[in-house]
Every structure is written in C-alpha cells, then in structure tokens.
Write a protein that binds this ligand. Structure first.
Ligand SMILES: Cc1cc2nc3c(=O)[nH]c(=O)nc-3n(C[C@H](O)[C@H](O)[C@H](O)COP(=O)(O)O)c2cc1C
Length: 538
C-alpha cells in the first residue's frame, strides 16, 4: 500500500500560488506535442457505423425508467461509445484545426483512453481499444468462448467490462507536475460521459472497486507492453456495463478469471506520441503511491432523495451531450433563474437509482463552495452546497467562524455563508481567470482529504473522479438550459482555502467550475465530427 504522506506531498507540491505556479516547462514545446489519439498499430480494426442519434428526453440522462433497454450489438455499442467518448466536432481558425469530444479535457489534451472487454455479445468478442478518431475498435485480443461463458456466469448477466486509462504525458507536456491531477479529473468526466451514454441505452454501470491496478493491467495485456519511456499508459478503473433490469452485479472479478487473461495472445503495439518527452519524476511517484491493491468489494447506499425537476429542457438528451462546449469567455451580465440554480445543484446529489452517481465511486466526500455572482432573487455571496450532510459539522468547524451557515430553503442542503460581491475573489482564486467572475456562479469543490487518504491513499484518485463527475453533471445542466460551463483546473489552492478559512489538510480544494452565459468567438468555425472519414462511413 502507498504512503499517504507521499500523496499529501504530491498534492502540496503541485499547488498553484499567485507568486509561483506548480512546476512545468513554462513554455509549449510544439515540436513534441503528444498525439491526442492512441492507435494500436498492427491490430485488426472494426469500423463502427456512424448512426443517426436517437432522441430521448433530457430527463433520461438521469432516469433510466424513461429508456427502453437495448440489446448489446455492434449498433448499440457504436452509439454508446460515440456519445460517451467520440468526437463531437472539429474547430478551426485559419491555419489551425483541432477536434473536440463528448467528454471535456484539461487543455483539450485528452489523456483518457478507453478499452472494452466484450465476452461474446451480439456477434462481438475480444479486448478492444476504442479509437475515437476513427470511431473504430482495435482488437487487442480474442477471448475464447469458454472464458466468455465464465465471465457471463460470474456476473450472472450479459454485459461488458469498460476500462479507462490515462497517459499522463499528454497533460504533463503542457502542465508539468500538476498533470496527474488533471488526468484524474478528466477520468471523472469520462466516467460521467460513459454513465450518461449508457443510461440512454437502458444500461447501468458499476465500478468494479475490488480490482487492483495489476488486475487491470492483466486484463488489458499492459503487463506485456513495451511502452516508450515517458509515454506509459496507466489503468484508472474498470466499470461493468449491464442491462438496467438486473438489480446488482459483483464489484470484482475472481482471480481465476483474471489469470485466464494472462494466457491470451495480445496483438499490436502502441503508437509513439512524441519525438521526445520530459520525465516528471513526481508524477511517477504519485502514481506509485496511489496504486490500488486488491481490496474487499464495497457498495455505497446514497438513498433516493426525490429529484427536483424545476426547469425543463427543450433539447433531447443526445443533443445536450453533443452540444456541450466549454465557455471560453462569459458575458458578465446574464442572470440565471434561481430555480435553475437549484435544479442544477440538485443533479449533483448522489442517488441510488439515478445516473451518474449510481456508478458508486465511493462515499460522497466533495462539497461545493459557491460564489453566487448573478442568480435572480438570490443575494450575491458565498454559499455552501453540502452534498454529504454527515460532513456538515466538520465543514462548519474547519471553515471561518464568521460564516452564517443559514439554510436557504427547507429540505435542500444549500447554506448561505456570507453575503457580498465575491466576483473579484472568484476570478482571483481561479488563477485570475475572468470566466469565474463573469459567469452566473462559480465554485470550488472541497473534499474531505487527509482522513480519507490515511486509510486508503489510492482514494486520492476517487476523490478527483468524484469532482470530475460533478463537473460533468454541471456541464450538461448548463448545456441543457442554453448556457455553458467550464471546468477550471487552474486555481490557487491555498488562496481559496484562505477565503474559506481552511488552515489544515482535513479538507482540500480539488477542482473549480463556472456556469453562465458564454460569449462565442465568431472567428472559430465548426466542422462536423467525422468529416475526415470516408464518405461511405458517414
Ligand atoms: C479538468 C479540467 C480542467 C480545466 N481547466 C480549465 C481552466 O483552468 N481554464 C479554462 O479556460 N478551461 C479549462 N478547462 C476546459 C478545457 O479547456 C476544455 O474542456 C477543452 O478545451 C475542450 O473543450 P470542450 O470542453 O468544449 O470539449 C478544463 C477542463 C477540464 C476537464
């Protein structure tokens, strides 16, 4: 097991301060910019069909009761993967063109990769890499029929395993030592993206929390891959995707099944991403200290507080996923409805029977400290949305004694801490980015920290996944209501702690987010996502 003090060290070392940013090259080495796409060279490729989107009501993002379950086959998997992690557009200005995806990523660098292990379902079998550039599956291994049968028997249902991984070099190329945090936050967004897309197929998703990173490496054949030094890919987590009618599934895979993957023949080699790369030692250390061992399975019961549907959306769920775009500048004037503010916050509450927190990443440890800049009929000020009321007492104790902790509404865990104009503060703590002050509201995600890491140092990852997942919900909520969101990984950690009066590591700030009316840059042209593929596939 890793040493939690080392994890605390990584976190402290990679804080941004107004006078010193976390260590990075300090300039962009364009010559060595990593390829944002992984290709497994020498593998058999299965091109997935590009199909018309179905049209589910926006509420179906959360409520699988509104969706008919689809069978597992090439068509359903294709749409599932496309809406989870596929390309959503190309953007262009004269002389430059870049793709954007359904899932957001810090700096649009996309360290997250996705693999699916399909045990003889709908004419497909194998360990595959999903290549979002080609919208294709690259086959890394065949799975013998008997092994497929063992997997199905063990889970007691049809379904497939989905594994997310990270390539830290893609992020560290630009962000240096803080990059590992961004990989984890991006993974959280990807978990959300996967979960929402699965919901629209009538599929549930559960985190296989007992597995170790070594288990995942065996499942992916990574234990036999020769990575280019500096371009290693690390497993994040495994999810199991299955029909919603099935009540529950095991959260593990027995070693007898894992061991069978050791016997498989894995095909292909990873493409080289850069000509040269920089080794950031501290990231390797952090990965080692947060390595997940095999553990007992756990289940989390969140309860089922009634979902507050206060503001409808006139977009389909699929449109919401496709249209999500990070705001790059906010208009500094639009007020949002108070009902929408409440409606959006409500969707960040974990519920047993609603997507996306039913993935069960862990207990809810992350709470939102919100700068209300422009919300109608709500005084400007600093608020706290307590996602886990068991932490309320601790939150009161560790934050400024001047805070009011006045409940704003009955039966809703939103507390007013201090009235006042926090726009300047909100922008300043977000590395002086105006996007945090020109929006309707922006927030910092404050998580229980040291007490969690003392027990399980690898939970550093889960805490960031939880924050990323909350960010993904807020992105979709903003989009669904013709607004925008932006994840903010660049924030002055301790400056935010100071605003809140936090002086130790019981709680720490992991991520920021802003939500409001963005102004579009008219110079940027939008091109359809798969125009680069052969005409017959479009
Ligand atoms: C973890 C994370 C951190 C981010 N941090 C910032 C940030 O500090 N400032 C910013 O302007 N955008 C930030 N973004 C937004 C990304 O730049 C954006 O997601 C990316 O350019 C892709 O664009 P898209 O979200 O429209 O797909 C962040 C996004 C994520 C997921």
């Amino acid at each position: 097991m890793g040493d939690f003090r080392e994890v605390l060290f990584y976190h402290s070392e990679t804080k941004h301060y107004p006078y010193r940013f976390a260590r990075s090259l300090g300039y962009l080495d364009w010559e060595n910019q990593p390829n944002p796409f992984r290709f497994w060279e020498g593998t058999e490729r299965l091109d997935l069909p590009l199909l018309k989107d179905p049209s589910h009501p926006y509420e179906a993002l959360y409520d699988y009761g509104l969706v008919n379950t689809e069978e597992f086959n090439v068509k359903s998997l294709s749409k599932f993967l496309e809406l989870a992690l596929g390309l959503s557009a190309w953007k262009a200005i004269p002389g430059s063109r870049w793709s954007v995806r359904m899932n957001p990523s810090s700096g649009n660098l996309h360290p997250t990769e996705c693999y699916v292990i399909i045990p003889h379902l709908g004419g497909l079998q194998g360990v595959f890499h999903y290549n979002p550039f080609l919208h294709a599956l690259e086959k890394r291994a065949d799975i013998p029929y008997e092994l497929s049968q063992k997997i199905k028997d063990f889970f007691g249902t049809e379904g497939f395993i989905l594994i997310l991984t990270s390539i830290p070099w893609r992020e560290s190329w630009k962000y240096g030592e803080r990059a590992y945090r961004y990989c984890l936050l991006d993974t959280g967004h990807a978990i959300g993206s996967v979960r929402f897309s699965a919901n629209l197929k009538g599929w549930k998703v559960k985190y296989l929390n007992a597995l170790s990173d070594k288990d995942l490496e065996i499942l992916l054949g990574f234990d036999r891959v020769q990575w280019v030094e500096g371009e290693e890919e690390f497993p994040e987590l495994a999810l199991f995707v299955f029909p919603k009618e099935v009540q529950d599934v095991p959260r593990t895979i027995p070693e007898s099944i894992i061991n069978e993957f050791k016997k498989l023949n894995f095909y292909g080699r990873p493409n080289v991403l850069s000509k040269e790369r920089v080794i950031w030692e501290i990231i390797y250390r952090a990965i080692k200290e947060t390595e997940k061992p095999r553990t007992e399975e756990f289940r989390v019961i969140y309860g089922n507080p009634p979902i507050l549907n206060l503001v409808p959306s006139y977009m389909s769920a699929e449109e919401v996923i496709r249209k999500r775009r990070s705001g790059m500048a906010y208009d500094g004037k639009t007020y949002i409805l108070r009902e929408l503010f409440i409606h959006a916050l409500d969707k960040t509450l974990p519920r047993d029977n609603y997507s996306p927190f039913d993935v069960e990443i862990g207990l809810p440890f992350v709470n939102l400290f919100i700068f209300v800049n422009r919300v109608e009929n709500l005084p400007k000020g600093l608020y706290c949305f307590v996602r886990n009321e068991e932490l309320l007492k601790d939150l009161k104790e560790i934050t400024s004694s001047e805070f009011l902790w006045e409940k704003v509404f009955e039966d809703f865990p939103l507390y007013l801490l201090k009235t006042g104009d926090f726009r300047e503060v909100a922008g300043f703590v977000a590395c002086a980015q105006d996007i945090a002050s020109d929006s309707a509201f922006s927030l910092g995600m404050i998580s229980l920290f040291e007490p969690v890491l003392r027990e399980e140092p690898w939970f550093y990852r889960n805490l960031h996944w939880e924050a990323g997942l909350i960010g993904q919900v807020l992105y979709l909520e903003a989009t669904a209501h013709n607004l925008n969101g932006t994840g903010i990984g660049c924030f002055f950690d301790d400056a935010m702690h100071e605003v809140l009066g936090i002086s130790d590591k019981t709680f720490q700030d992991l991520y920021h987010f802003t939500f409001g009316k963005a102004v579009e840059d008219p110079r940027i042209q939008t091109i359809e996502p798969y125009y680069h593929l052969k005409r017959e596939r479009r």
